[in-house]
Write a protein that binds this ligand. Structure first.
Ligand SMILES: Nc1ncnc2c1ncn2[C@@H]1O[C@H](COP(=O)(O)OP(=O)(O)OP(=O)(O)O)[C@@H](O)[C@H]1O
Length: 706
């Protein structure tokens, strides 16, 4: 069969299918057939019998006769007013040449299939789109560029014009890539407090009767928001169900962001003491890491006060004493190869440097039994990478992946890995504890139901007023299903705002803090400071400078000034002292004691003590030199207005620094909170004479030194 013939057959098939559907025939068929050179009888014209070939067959005659009868019948029907019978001419014509099909059969089929309206419509052009194709839910969008006929506009579907998607909001963008746990943080209002009740009823605090009594004894009558949130999370409801270790349901780690002075220390100290109070044997079960010796001493004091009557032993490792002395204070037995170490303390408070020294170099010092690992001032400690302290501490709390016994203490090597993971023979092992980490070490050697692999129960608790959201730093902590708790400060009511504030590192401030800035010429800065000291009712102030040199100069100038001012007056000069890391430890301790007992009214220091230091009576904080970043600002001003007390913070800003400082506050969404204090020359006039004398005296001192 040639391709041309195949094409013709296809054409005929198409024509038939059109007939069945009663659609008009495409005219092109006959044209295409003739164009291909085939002799083709054009059946589309309504030709009469005269055009038939001369020799008629019987069938054709019969057909013509019937056709004639049909015409007669049609004209009769028309006369009778019956117009609903449809007899398509085309169908009749098509049947010519197919003698089997009679005109009456065709006529019958046509009458059944097609109502008269259809016959009219079939003559029209087929509609491109049916009405029901158009989505009625969407209003048609008029495309003015199209020049369609009104008929087409009515029937064509309308598609929305392309448009740019809505840009994500700034808030949405801020949350992108942020740890899901942080987005799901629990937001806590500072007003969430609980009373500390005496007697059987714990008032929802989950604290034991003994602990509540102890708190009342030291004047704590209610728990602050961060404490009321964390205690129920860390303490099971029943005292009797407080297991030391949870090998089959390891606890979740916790990250807490709460303003300065909001009571974060008690929030971790109380649950640690409550859980460890059940221990029988002394092991190192809680490790608290802090960035400075001063903070270690402060937290130790708090724990000692609250742990009275529990028999828990507390130790510190800060490097303040000799290494050998610390070793003897921390480890019972430095000679026996005890699997879990042999600790003299239940709770160790340490700075990271000295802690690593003990992990690496103290025989019998082990973190295998650790139940709590607290990292206070977490953002600052995570920023410290010396000796890779965090990785070493985490490694010391778990068993190595190869399943070797975690054997500690016999190596004095400086290589921590060697000390912690040194494999030992089974004979060397002297089991002395049942912490999950300890038991994990046995798994590879002894297969037993009782020694089936347990999950370490070491729970990490992170705290800061300026918690980092840096995913890399958080990842380095290897947190287990962490829960974030965010205590909102002043003016942070909305849920979205609370999380966004943490995510965008806009830190909360205590609600009781008032903040001011004074912008002045640089040469007037000391005089402005002296003016504030004498006119703003200072009783106890912390003053922050940018360097030890700046501290020394300010203290000397102030001493000269006070001497001159008080010469002719019967008043006691203000006592101001410098507090810096250059001073020997015991002198620093003494100065701090004098400040705490208010024998010194003004302490001038660097950012060394801007974090964590808790001195309740500090009425004012002065940033004599502007802080370099918002974190430092938050911690400096946070030395006042603690635990619900009021406090004032002033920042002295030299004219050329004003733009930078304001921008820093603006970026932290905090500019509105810091009011500008204007001090005129008239205000300063009463002090100018004394100031000039003091300045000259200082110049003489420096000239002599040079
Ligand atoms: N429930 C309480 N009732 C009364 N005083 C409390 C309570 N909880 C804590 N305090 C006191 O509030 C002060 C601030 O507490 P803490 O030092 O723990 O604050 P912080 O949140 O750690 O502050 P920072 O971030 O500056 O270190 C301390 O003097 C503490 O004794």
């Amino acid at each position: 069969m040639s391709a041309a013939r195949a094409s013709l057959i296809d054409t005929e098939v198409a024509v038939r299918s059109f007939q069945v559907c009663n659609l008009p025939q495409p005219n092109s068929n006959s044209n295409s057939a003739s164009a291909l050179g085939f002799k083709h009888t054009d059946m589309s014209n309504n030709q009469g019998p005269s055009q038939l070939p001369a020799g008629k067959t019987k069938a054709k005659k019969r057909y013509l006769k019937r056709k004639k009868e049909k015409r007669k019948f049609r004209s009769k029907v028309a006369h009778a007013g019956i117009s609903s019978v449809y007899i398509p001419e085309e169908d009749v014509q098509e049947e010519i040449g197919t003698p089997e099909a009679t005109a009456s059969e065709i006529n019958e089929n046509a009458a059944i299939l097609d109502p008269p309206e259809t016959s009219k419509r079939s003559k029209k052009r087929p509609r491109l789109v049916q009405d029901e194709d158009v989505n009625m839910n969407e209003p048609p969008v008029e495309d003015k560029r199209r020049t369609a006929t009104p008929e087409l506009i009515g029937v064509l579907p309308s598609f929305p014009l392309p448009a740019l998607p809505n840009a994500p909001s700034k808030n949405q963008l801020s949350l992108q890539g942020v740890d899901k746990a942080l987005i799901d943080a629990e937001l806590v209002s500072p007003s969430t407090i609980l009373p500390v009740l005496l007697g059987k009823d714990d008032g929802g605090t989950r604290l034991s009767e003994r602990m509540r009594k102890r708190l009342r004894d030291i004047g704590v009558i209610e728990l602050f928001a961060v404490q009321t949130t964390l205690l129920p999370f860390l303490l099971p409801p029943q005292e009797s169900s407080r297991e030391l270790y949870l090998p089959f349901g390891p606890p979740r780690d916790v990250c807490v962001s709460a303003p300065t002075g909001s009571g974060k220390t008690l929030a971790y100290v109380l649950p640690i003491l409550e859980i460890l109070a059940r221990r029988v044997v002394t092991r190192l079960r809680a490790l608290i890491v802090l960035p400075t010796r001063d903070l270690v001493a402060q937290v130790r004091e708090t724990i000692e006060v609250l742990s009275k009557g529990t028999n828990l032993k507390i130790g510190t490792a800060t490097g303040q004493h000799s290494f050998a002395h610390e070793q003897s204070q921390l480890v019972q037995d430095q000679t026996s190869p005890l699997q879990g170490g042999s600790s003299k303390v239940d709770i160790l408070i340490a700075t990271p440097g000295r802690l690593i020294d003990h992990i690496v170099g103290t025989p019998g010092f082990s973190l295998q039994h650790l139940r709590f690992l607290v990292i206070d001032e977490a953002d600052r400690l995570l920023a410290q990478s010396f000796q890779d302290w965090l990785a070493q501490v985490l490694a010391a709390t778990r068993v190595p992946a190869n399943g070797a016994f975690p054997f500690v203490g016999l190596s004095r090597s400086r290589d921590a890995g060697a000390a912690i993971h040194k494999p030992a023979s089974f004979d060397d092992i002297v089991p002395d504890g049942l912490s999950p980490t300890f038991l994990q070490g046995f798994h590879s050697a002894v297969s037993s139901f009782f020694l089936e692999r347990k999950t370490p129960s070491c729970q990490k608790l992170l705290f800061s007023a300026t918690l980092t959201r840096d995913p890399a730093k958080i990842a380095s902590l290897e947190l287990r299903n962490p829960k974030y708790i965010v205590v909102q400060g002043r003016g942070k009511d909305s849920e979205e705002g609370g999380i966004l504030d943490v995510v965008t590192e806009r830190f909360s401030m205590p609600a009781t803090l008032s903040e001011h800035m004074v912008i002045m010429e640089p040469n007037l800065k000391p005089l402005v400071f002296f003016h504030l000291v004498h006119t703003r009712g200072i009783t106890s102030a912390l003053v922050f400078t940018k360097s030890a040199e700046s501290t020394t100069r300010l203290v000397r100038l102030f001493e000269f000034f006070e001497t001159v001012r008080c010469e002719n007056l019967s008043v006691t000069p203000f006592a101001m002292r410098a507090y810096s890391s250059d001073l020997p430890a015991n002198e620093r301790k003494m100065i701090l004691e004098q400040f705490k007992s208010q024998r010194i009214q003004i302490l001038v220091c660097s950012d060394l003590i801007s974090r964590g230091l808790d001195i309740s009576h500090v009425s004012h904080v002065v940033s004599y030199d502007v802080p370099v970043d918002m974190r430092k600002y938050v911690h400096r001003v946070g030395r006042t207005a603690r635990a619900g007390r009021t406090g004032d913070a002033w920042t002295l800003v030299e004219e050329q620094e004003a733009r930078y400082f304001k921008q820093m506050l603006k970026e932290a969404d905090h500019l509105d909170q810091v009011k500008r204090l204007r001090i005129s020359e008239k205000d300063l006039a009463p002090l100018t004479g004394h100031y000039e004398v003091a300045l000259n005296k200082l110049k003489q001192v420096y000239t002599r030194q040079a």
